[in-house]
Design a protein around this ligand. Sequence first.
Ligand SMILES: Nc1ncnc2c1ncn2[C@@H]1O[C@H](COP(=O)(O)OP(=O)(O)OP(=O)(O)O)[C@@H](O)[C@H]1O
Length: 263
Amino acid sequence: MSDVLELVDVSVVRGGRALVDQVSWSVAEGERWVILGPNGAGKTTLLNVASSYLFPTTGTVQILGEKLGAVDVFELRPRVGVAGSALAARLPRSQTVLQTVLTAAYGVTAGWREQYDEVDEQRARAFLDRLGMSGHLDRTFGTLSEGERKRTQIARAMMTDPELLLLDEPAAGLDLGGREDLVRRLGRLARDPFAPSMIMVTHHVEEIPPGFTHLLLIQRGGILAAGPLGEVLTSANLSRCFGLPLVVEQQGDRYTAKGLPLT
Ligand SMILES: Nc1ncnc2c1ncn2[C@@H]1O[C@H](COP(=O)(O)OP(=O)(O)OP(=O)(O)O)[C@@H](O)[C@H]1O
């Protein structure tokens, strides 16, 4: 399997501080990675590098076989689907759900023409249906609940048929039902052999969808552990990562983590 992402000695330095510190990490085609780490560890910064929106200060980055700095990012970006709060903030609130997803096909966030190709509209409807959004096609993005917004963003990210899908905290702000609904949908996507390679940033092991295969644990910009989920997601690793005693349990294909009581 070829790598869809390869970082070699990548650092991102701002104000003399390394937000990402000499990270070497690769994601092979078909893998589904979770990135977990404390607030401020550098998770979003790493995703911004992986999506070609942020160039590293040092080190080399290959995305879908193309070297960052030697490729036209405007050709590369449609091949990488991104869903996260930074993008959501740029989506016009007055645009309908269907338009919000459709504009992705044209590489823009806002519609600039009334007519879209029928085939694009069918694709947008199909992705929205898969994410349970068929009943909201004509609602404006700004009036959606947080969960509906997240599902619209994921449908949007799928619209260009990406080879790599990056999800930044897709379950943040969702209630229990919304989280479980999203985890199930992401689990179905993760198990689909035709779905793109995936990288998802999350704060909670409870949000790891079934079918995800690998885990990157980061702390203060550096890699603490990386590899197959079953090997890396241990109580010892998680305790080290978050700096307090934590117990990880697996129930079927889902995980929970809790802190040990104070004595
Ligand atoms: N442009 C910047 N200049 C200086 N510091 C920055 C800049 N962007 C991010 N940071 C800092 O870099 C660190 C890593 O930020 P990042 O958003 O990648 O962390 P994160 O792991 O995604 O955090 P969280 O879990 O809180 O979302 C943080 O301390 C943040 O304040």
